[in-house]
Design a protein around this ligand. Structure first.
Ligand code: MRU
Length: 370
């Protein structure tokens, strides 16, 4: 996507041809800073400390992390150790394991001297594939938005209101985004779209990243506190909810940023369609029951007790919200059961959130994981 007329992806090769450039997302929305990753340790830190985040981008960064590791030592032992380091960075997004498995499958059969070249090629392919997948999700999601807009327009509506949670835009992927890709395509097609952006405490990916992206692209949007969505839905002010996901089970249970479940409950109660946009690497075919089987990341309680932003003098500042001594808990994700999800939007089209729905779109996978 473009920032002030310049096209960016979220990860690309540095001018030296081997360093890996990323946008430090902890500095957004107030500063745009890029960082060059030059080692396995750099890549692992970038994922763990959320300089990059979002399931597809975590996967792409891990892939490049393997390439950086291979430059230092491309032996089987070293690659297996790099896999373990990267895999331990964040537990919930399955794209991380998917990308690492793909790298190992591409590298281990190759003679050691050829592995660095093979690693960069595979990482670039993973990044390019993510862009193509997300663009296709955007096209399928656009058709859904067009359908809902046609209904609303016939009833006299002047705009279509979409609510989203967290950041599943281009900053969470290599480009386009998942949940936000249909929104960009709808906006570019001239639809009168407006986005309600959940702030998404505690790290505020909605307020700082989704708002930043929509603002760069010129998409009308309004940032709301996380507790507002239910009220808006009760008053007919939300036509569609679209979110992303970090891991979706073969039965259609959706794990996503904490708070997603509450939005799905409110959507169900108010008859608002609840759509989840997901690239196929986010489907964990090995898992049936999301609540029982998906590991939920718990992060530093300081993300709850403190909040970062721009001070009155324009300088970055972090302030403490809670009294000294009050403990805090920081569950980063929750699981929305398939029964609350109206559609899954994948690169192969939309389907009901069910085993049969996913199996119809991905029959080869459904056969493999019966
Ligand atoms: O903790 P984060 O910022 O990595 O969480 C991101 C999300 O929950 C996104 O909704 C999800 O990864 C989908 S991104 C296309």
């Amino acid at each position: 996507m473009k920032i002030n007329g310049t096209a960016y992806r979220t990860i690309w090769l540095a001018a030296d041809g081997w360093g890996v450039e990323i946008i430090d997302q902890t500095r957004l929305p107030h500063e745009f800073v890029t960082v060059t990753l030059r080692s396995l340790e750099d890549a692992a830190r970038a994922i763990k400390d959320m300089w990059v985040r979002g399931a597809p981008l975590i996967g792409a960064t891990a892939a490049y992390g393997m390439a950086l590791a291979a430059r230092a030592d491309a032996s089987d032992v070293a690659l297996r150790s790099a896999y373990a380091v990267l895999h331990a960075t964040r537990p919930t997004a399955i794209n991380l394991k998917w990308a690492l498995d793909g790298m190992m499958a591409a590298l281990l059969p190759v003679p050691v001297p050829e592995r660095v070249g093979a690693a960069y090629a595979r990482a670039a392919a993973i990044a390019d594939e993510d862009v193509a997948i997300n663009s296709a999700i955007g096209d399928h999601g656009l058709r859904l938005i067009e359908r809902i807009w046609a209904e609303r327009k016939a009833k006299g509506a002047e705009r279509i209101n979409v609510l989203t949670h967290c950041n599943a835009g281009w900053l969470a992927t290599v480009d386009w985004g998942t949940a936000i890709a249909p929104i960009y395509k709808a906006f570019d097609a001239g639809l009168p779209i407006h986005v309600w952006v959940d702030e998404t405490r505690p790290r505020n990916q909605g307020a700082s990243l989704t708002a930043r992206e929509l603002n760069w692209h010129g998409v009308p949007h309004t940032v709301i506190s996380d507790n507002t969505g239910g009220h808006l839905m009760q008053h007919g002010m939300v036509d569609l909810v679209i979110v992303g996901t970090d891991r979706t089970t073969r039965n259609g249970d959706v794990c996503n940023k904490i708070g997603t479940y509450l939005k799905a409950l409110a959507a169900k109660d108010n008859g608002v369609p609840f759509a989840v946009a997901l690239p196929s690497p986010t489907i964990d075919w090995t898992v049936a029951d999301g609540l029982a089987e998906i590991p939920i990341e718990q992060r530093d309680p300081a993300e709850v007790t403190h909040i970062a932003g721009k001070a009155g003098n324009g300088a970055p500042a972090t302030v403490q919200l809670t009294p000294d001594g009050s403990p805090a808990a920081n569950y980063a994700f929750d699981v929305t059961p398939a029964r609350l999800v109206t559609f899954l939007i994948t690169e192969r089209g939309s389907c009901p959130a069910s085993r049969d729905g996913l199996a119809a779109l991905f029959p080869e996978k459904a056969r493999e994981y019966r």
